[in-house]
Design a protein around this ligand. Structure first.
Ligand code: SAM
Length: 175
């Protein structure tokens, strides 16, 4: 598995994207990313994700007020690569083999139109099909292909609660 994956969420509009951005963060956390940088100010999103992480374990971070250019620059300076999820990129199965061996991956997802500069700053522009859909679905599929499905068995140390998988009904255990 790559050592480190983080998400950079750009274009977030606090008045209408709170739910989707929170779900981008929760998806990233559940599927093996270490954290999310939010290129906007939104303490509501940060708090919702922190609440989930505290109860369900792991050490996922969410940082708002991030300047996206500086975030990309610092990530690259630290030896990381940048993946931009966009329907205009190379299709996921054609490029994931080049991305998988990278040790440090920043995944950019947009909300509405992404600044053109991002396409040039990214090391990989990756499409999850050439059809328009969503930042949540594209991120989920990207992470699943990146981790080859192994992330589905990840553990979340320090959790206060755990689900006991059941064929029917809902079973949980307080830890
Ligand atoms: N119309 C916008 C544009 O042209 O940039 C995209 C809006 S879409 C609702 C929001 C985000 O979902 C995009 O910035 C991209 O990160 C992601 N996305 C949507 N469809 C995608 C696809 N087929 N492949 C990869 N990412 C996708």
């Amino acid at each position: 598995m790559p050592a480190e994956v983080a998400i950079l969420r750009i274009g977030h509009r606090p008045e209408r994207d709170q739910r989707v951005t929170t779900h981008v963060g929760l998806t990233a956390r559940a599927l093996g990313a270490k954290g999310m940088y939010l290129a906007a100010s939104d303490k509501g999103v940060v708090q919702s994700i922190a609440d989930v992480a505290e109860r369900w374990g792991g050490d996922f971070f969410c940082e708002d007020n991030v300047k996206w250019r500086a975030c990309i620059k610092e990530w690259k300076a630290a030896g990381g690569v940048v993946v931009h999820l966009t329907m205009y990129g190379l299709n996921l199965p054609d490029i994931i083999g080049e991305i998988r061996p990278q040790g440090k991956i920043l995944v950019i997802v947009g909300a509405e139109k992404v600044p053109g500069e991002i396409y040039g700053l990214a090391d990989f522009n990756v499409a999850v099909t050439g059809q328009p859909h969503s930042e949540i679905s594209s991120l989920a599929l990207f992470l699943d292909h990146l981790f080859s499905g192994h992330e589905l068995r990840n553990e979340f140390p320090g959790a206060q609660i755990r689900i006991i998988p059941s064929r029917a009904g809902k079973q949980t255990e307080e830890l």
